[in-house]
Structures are given as C-alpha cells and as structure tokens.
Design a protein. Structure first.
Lengths: 289, 294
C-alpha cells in the first residue's frame, strides 16, 4: 500500500491514530499518577495516612488536612491568611508589572528603529539560559545594597526581569503588520497611544502567556521568602507550605503537606486551562534563530 | 517601520533597569567575587585564580561527586527530557484537537507543580520503610523482600532524582515544539509522500525537524535551563544538604553548601561561574546543531 503522508492536526479520528493512542494514553496516565496521588492524599483522614499496607486511593475523603493546615500557626503567631494575602499581592504585582514592562520593551524592540536594537535582543536571548539559582548570593548582595531586604519589593522586583516573557511578546509583536502602526502614526497617534490601542489588543495571547509564566514564577517562588526576607509576616504561602514539607517527622505532616501542595498546584492548573489556547497561539512564534 | 518621533529608550528603560539590576549585575558580582576570598562579613580580598585552582585541584568532593553527578544528571535529564518532549509533541500533533488538548494538558501539568511542594509527595511515595508506597508495592508483588532506602542510599537517590526531573520536564519547551509541529506546512508532507517518503519516521527526520528548527532550538535552551534549575531536588528529596554521602549532590547544592552553610562566598561564586559556563557551552552546541546556515 502506498504511503500518503501523515496528517498533522487531523480533523477527526482515523485508524492510524490508534497506535499513537496506544502509547500516549498509558504514558499520560503514568504522568498523572503523582498528581492523582496529591489529590487523594490531601483528602485522606488520619487513619488512612497511617494505614498499613498504604493505599493509593482515598476511601473516606475528609477536609481534616485542610482544616489543620489553616488552623496551624506553626512557627509563629501569624495566621495562614497573612501568607495567602502576601502571595496574592506579590503574584498579582509580578504578573501586572512584569507583563507591562515586558510588553513596553517588546514593542520598542519589535517596531521601533534604533541602533542598539539588535544587540539588546541578542543579550535578552542569551539571558534565556540564565539560571537564577546559580547567582543567589550576588542577588542577595544586590538586594541588600538596594536596601529592600524585608520589603515586598524584594519579592517583586527580582522576578520582573523575565527574558522569556520579553522574548515571546517581542516575537508575537513581530506578527503585527508595520502598515497598521504606520497608519496609526499618520493619524497622529503617539507611541504610547499606538502601544495601548493597537499593539496591546492585537497581542493579547502573548500577554496572557507571559502572565501565566509570571504567575508560575511568583506563586511557586520560595527563594525570595527564604533569602531576602527575615520578617515572618512578609513571607509567602509557598514558603509556609514548604515548612511542612521540610518537617523531619514526615508522617504527621504529610497529609497537611499534601493539602498544601494541592492548594499551590490548583491555581496554576485552572489558569492554564483558561488560557491554554492563547499559550498555544503564542508558542507558534517561539522559534529561536 | 517608523522612524520619527520615537522614544525607544522610554519604552525600554523599565525593563533594562530590572534586567541589569537582577541579571547582569549579579552575574558580574559573581565573576568579581570568584576572584576573592569573601566570608560575608569582612571586605573581600583579591586572591586571583586561587578559587578556581582550588576547585580543580583541592576540592575532592567536587571532583569525586559533584561534577560527575552533575554531568550524569545533565546528560540523562537534558537530552532525555528533550527527546521525550519532542516525541510526545510530535505524537500529539497527529491527533484531532480535543483528545490532543486533553493529553497535552496532562503531560504539561507536572511542570506546573512546584518542585518543593512536590518533594513531600515523592518523599511519601519513595519512603524508605515498608510504609512507603513504592516499597509496599514492590514487596507485595514479591520483587523485593526488604524495603529499599530509596532517598538515603547512594545507589537509588540519583535514579529517583532523574525520574522526578524527567517527570516534570515537559514544560514551555514541550509546548513550543507542539506548536512547531502543528505549524509545519502540510503541502510539504504531500510532496514528500509523492517523492517517496515511506513512513512517519522518515517524515519526522526529513520534513518535520528541518522545518521547525527555530522551535527545536528554543526547546533545547529550555531543556538545558530546566535541567540545571531542577538540580536542587536531591536536597529536597533526601532532606539534607549535603545529600547522603554526596550521592545526589549537584553543582547548585554545592554552591548553596559553600555560600550559605560555610559562608565561603568567594569560592561559591567561582562554582557559580563554572556552572554558568557549563550552561553556556551546552547552549552553544545546541545552537550549532539547529541554527540554519544561510
């Protein structure tokens, strides 16, 4: 039988897809197991956490672990709501400011003409491979020099430099036709007007993607709380959850820790599900040349 | 492209500011500190290449454990995660939209879990007594008779780290490659079929990969960064730095050990610089592989 070429992005089911399902579904189920496990573990009552032999699925789900998580004021007298507030404030600020400054810079790098444009973009591309964890100490020294240790700025500012966000936004703005911008310019719009009225509405998918990446970076971050913050009441939820994970007596804390892991994971998942078509749309222009 | 009346630096300055302060300056400080002896209290004194010389000649732990561990981990998780991402992306692209979206979401979701929050889950699953889920399963099926100390043994810590890292490696790079495969030109496939391409694998090598090189490179850079970023999990899994007999000690842990536990910041900075260099070299080679010469 002649080979007719495969169909990328087919519109409906075909028998030839069966062999792909045959390995993708088991693979996906296997990857799903640890996540199903957090769900089950978070709802297990005490006797099931201690049961021998241990059971993977929960038999009698309960909210006990969540109650204990929210009533425990472990290391000090600070209520969990304070950590939640800090996390929400920090994450929202990083998302908003991060997307704002990346998109401003992305617009300039994509649509304006100036001498250092190419080199700036190259530097940003090189920074895609930046691993913050490698320079934790110098970062601490910089934060210390700026005098923002123990302030919300120490949480927010370091995360605003997001090379991948700028990269994706700039690539997406490249798709906006120059003629649109020229037309707006001839009509007398200022740079800022063009940015706000033409560019931003057209590149929403890329902004949404950068927002998700900013969310993940800020929401899951424990480095800023652990290193740049000494004041317990300024630390974030991720850090607080982590204190359960680091307990030496793991059996007692594990139900609570699983509940914590679930609370950390769910907002990520929900946000991604809502915005996933935007993300896929943006990723189409993610090529590095 | 417009020429007049633009103020590019007005738009760029907020980004350039945070970028310089939190990326460029820390890297420069790391480079400067790596040539000094600095204990975080007294003013650093210049020692030339001493830290680098010590790293290469005196630091037995680095040479015997940390470097080999880092290389093993990076060579398996980097290319392994990368090839797996591409293969999964390529497979998903051959499915209709709805099942594709659901499966892609499942495969992507591990990368959304935060490493630290998940550490507790892995510690319960791989717990070293018969209460551990994996041990219990293996004992009940008769594969082993004694529980294995997965997270405290020199033999098993590294494999567990590799499994965990691979599990969470289908991140942004995976999504980029999925989009890349989906956007390849369909007429190319038809033409190739007429020209005698006979199966999906030939297609993958002759059409798909060449036409999505930019996404392949982006995916590669993401894979490299992800590999070195997740390197800290050994400490989270075993619950101690240094990890038991340095079995899961990677360079990021070594930096932390010297910087925040022993306060030898100059030395830690030298290790950071070496780590950044290694990452740069990896990325350089992936660029060589995927950048089109034209």
């Amino acid at each position: 039988m002649a080979y007719y070429g495969s169909r990328i992005n087919p519109s409906r089911f075909h028998v030839s897809q069966l062999k792909i399902y045959a390995y993708l579904i088991p693979m996906a189920l296997f990857m799903l197991l640890p996540i199903v496990f957090i769900f089950c573990h978070a709802f297990k009552p005490m006797d099931e956490l201690f049961a021998y032999p241990p059971r993977f699925f929960v038999a009698k789900p309960t909210l006990e672990n969540f109650e204990r998580l929210f009533t425990a004021t472990k290391t000090s007298t600070i209520p969990v709501s304070r950590y939640v507030f800090n996390s929400v404030l920090v994450t929202a600020s990083v998302m908003f400011l991060g997307v704002l400054i990346s998109s401003l810079a992305g617009y300039a790098l994509s649509k304006m003409r100036f001498r250092t444009k190419k080199i700036l973009f190259e530097i940003n591309n090189a920074a895609l491979m930046f691993v913050p964890i490698a320079v934790t100490i110098p970062r601490y020294l910089t934060i210390d020099l700026l005098g923002i240790v123990d302030t919300y700025f120490a949480h927010i500012l370091p995360l605003l430099a997001m090379p991948i966000g700028l990269f994706l936004i700039k690539q997406f703005i490249d798709q906006v036709p120059d003629s649109l911008i020229e037309a707006a310019f001839i009509d007398g719009a200022s740079d800022f007007m063009i940015y706000r009225k033409v560019v931003v509405p057209l590149v929403r998918p890329a902004l949404a993607t950068a927002a998700i990446l900013a969310f993940q970076a800020a929401w899951n971050n424990i480095e800023t709380s652990a290193i740049f913050i000494n004041n317990e009441s300024l630390r974030t939820l991720a850090f607080y959850m982590n204190t359960f994970a680091l307990q030496t007596n793991i059996v007692v804390g594990q139900g609570i820790a699983a509940a914590g892991a679930l609370i950390m994971f769910l907002p990520n998942l929900i946000l991604f599900i809502i915005l996933q078509s935007n993300v896929m749309n943006t990723m189409a222009y993610s090529g590095l040349k | 492209m417009k020429k007049n009346n633009s103020h590019p630096y007005l738009f760029l300055s907020p980004y350039i500011l945070v970028f310089s302060v939190f990326i460029i300056i820390p890297v420069l400080i790391a480079i400067v500190l790596s040539f000094t002896n600095f204990n975080a209290i007294q003013f650093p004194d210049f020692v030339g290449f001493l830290n680098y010389i010590n790293l290469l000649t005196q630091d037995e732990i680095f040479m015997q454990y940390v470097l080999p561990n880092t290389i093993t981990f990076a060579l398996i998780v980097g290319p392994g995660g990368y090839i797996l991402s591409f293969f999964l992306a390529w497979s998903l692209a051959q499915l209709p939209k709805v099942p594709r979206t659901i499966l892609a979401l499942i495969i992507y979701s591990p990368s959304m879990t935060s490493g630290v929050a998940m550490a507790v889950v892995w510690r319960v699953l791989f717990s070293g007594d018969q209460m551990g889920y994996i041990n219990s399963l293996l004992m009940r099926t008769g594969i082993i008779t004694e529980p294995i100390q997965f997270l405290q043994s020199t033999e098993f810590l590294m494999p567990v780290m590799i499994i965990v890292a691979l599990w969470s490696s289908m991140g942004v790079g995976f999504l980029a490659m999925l989009a890349g495969v989906l956007n390849t030109d369909e007429t190319l496939y038809e033409a190739a079929a007429i020209d005698g391409i006979r199966n999906r694998f030939q297609e993958m090598f002759y059409i798909t990969i060449p036409s999505m090189k930019p996404q392949m490179l982006f995916g590669a850079v993401m894979a490299i960064v992800n590999t070195f970023q997740t390197g800290a999990i050994g400490v989270q899994l075993s619950g101690s730095n240094p990890t038991p007999q340095y079995a899961g000690q990677l360079m990021v842990n070594h930096i932390e050990d010297y910087g925040f536990i022993r306060y030898e910041m100059g030395y830690a900075a030298a290790v950071s610089v070496v780590l950044l260099l290694i990452i740069y070299i990896f990325s350089y080679f992936s660029k060589k592989l995927f950048v089109e010469r034209d």
